[in-house]
Design a protein around this ligand. Structure first.
Ligand SMILES: Nc1ncnc2c1ncn2[C@@H]1O[C@H](COP(=O)(O)OP(=O)(O)OP(=O)(O)O)[C@@H](O)[C@H]1O
Length: 336
């Protein structure tokens, strides 16, 4: 491992993406049984591929089903959840058909998860180094791993592994968790569910650079979940846009930003502060709310879409394109 030179910030997104498919998700659905609230179908009909070396983004507003997808892939959903799919293929196996024991052998080794809030993912009363050894074994003490961590600017953290988590910043812990999760086991897939949500902009940029540096060095694939299109633009090669539990558009990052097709994608882009200029006047906002978007009939976005007609509320649009690049919209010609 000593040949590793992680140089954050030097990657070119897409440079390593090949046609090899590492993860193929086909027709995924996640349903939560009624508990205190009503039953909810959080995800339905979701299909996408992730290629080797690719960062695939999943973007959408709160409640659109992003975390349910990640947790379904990791088989880490509560007992109230039911997952169905035509297939969730990873490394020649269907993840949904594996036994719990087989899945435990994949989690953390072949597929790693980056937590949303590093501080609350760790016990506050146990030194960080001890907790890392629980998860990753004694390999965190390998001199090669420590050399690599030092090279990516984590020397100061390495000298303090006997400290409690509260003595570190959220950014330091997040970078440490990402680096150790990827360097010790060399997973081929990393699931990152809003890993920079709790970090300020400069630390967020450091974490994104670290992820890209690791992707470039190890050639692993990343599924990156975020509600923030600005973050998605910085790190992803391709993006799937979720609305009401459905993927409504999949495109390369460049196409999504320059030639958005779905009215929801266009609305999201119009509401991005980073794209605002004084000439544009006020940032646009999306009318209405996403309440009730997870319904079974029609386009989930129809109640908020300025272009929607009767067909949109009655009939779910078919996929136009394929799983690598697609849109689901009856009015796509008017929208583009
Ligand atoms: N354990 C659960 N029991 C019941 N419903 C759930 C559960 N987890 C999620 N849901 C519901 O499933 C839908 C999708 O939630 P999910 O967390 O997957 O969305 P999300 O896009 O990741 O949102 P956020 O960005 O807020 O995390 C929501 O309506 C949510 O209330």
């Amino acid at each position: 491992m000593s040949e590793l030179t992680l140089e954050p910030g030097t990657s070119t997104p897409g440079r390593h993406a090949s046609d090899d498919v590492v993860l193929r998700v086909s027709d995924l659905a996640v349903r939560y049984a009624a508990g205190r609230g009503a039953a909810v179908t959080a995800v339905r009909g979701v299909s996408f591929d992730v290629r080797r070396g690719e960062v695939f983004g999943v973007v959408g507003e709160s409640g659109s089903g992003k975390s349910s997808i990640c947790n379904a892939l990791m088989r880490m959903l509560p007992n109230s959840a039911r997952v169905e799919a035509t297939g969730v293929e990873f490394g020649g196996r269907d993840l949904l058909s594996l036994t719990d024991k087989q899945m435990r052998g994949i989690r953390g080794t072949e597929i790693a998860l980056v937590p949303q809030r590093p501080m609350t993912s760790l016990s506050p009363t146990t030194p960080v180094g001890q907790q890392l050894r629980w998860y990753f074994g004694d390999s965190i003490d390998d001199s090669d791993v420590r050399d690599s961590l030092a090279r990516i600017g984590l020397h100061s953290v390495l000298g303090r592994l006997d400290n409690l988590p509260s003595r570190f910043s959220g950014g330091q812990l997040q970078r440490l968790l990402i680096a150790i999760a990827t360097l010790t086991n060399r997973p081929s897939l990393l699931l990152a569910d809003e890993p920079t949500t709790t970090l300020d902009a400069t630390v967020q940029a450091q974490v994104l650079k670290l992820l890209l540096g690791i992707r470039d060095t190890l050639g692993l694939s990343i599924v990156y979940v975020s509600h923030d299109l600005g973050v998605i633009a910085q790190i992803c090669d391709r993006v799937g846009v979720m609305y009401g539990g459905r993927l409504v558009e999949v495109a390369t990052t460049s196409d999504l930003f320059h030639r958005p097709q779905h009215p929801y994608t266009k609305a999201l882009l119009g509401a991005m502060p980073a794209r605002w200029t004084p000439e544009r006047g006020r940032l646009s906002t999306l009318r209405g709310t996403a309440a009730g978007a997870n319904r079974a009939t029609g386009c989930p976005f129809a109640p908020r879409c300025a272009l929607a007609d009767a067909r949109c509320t009655e009939e779910m649009p078919a996929v136009l394109g394929d799983r690598t690049s697609m849109v689901r919209c009856h009015r796509v010609e008017e929208a583009t």
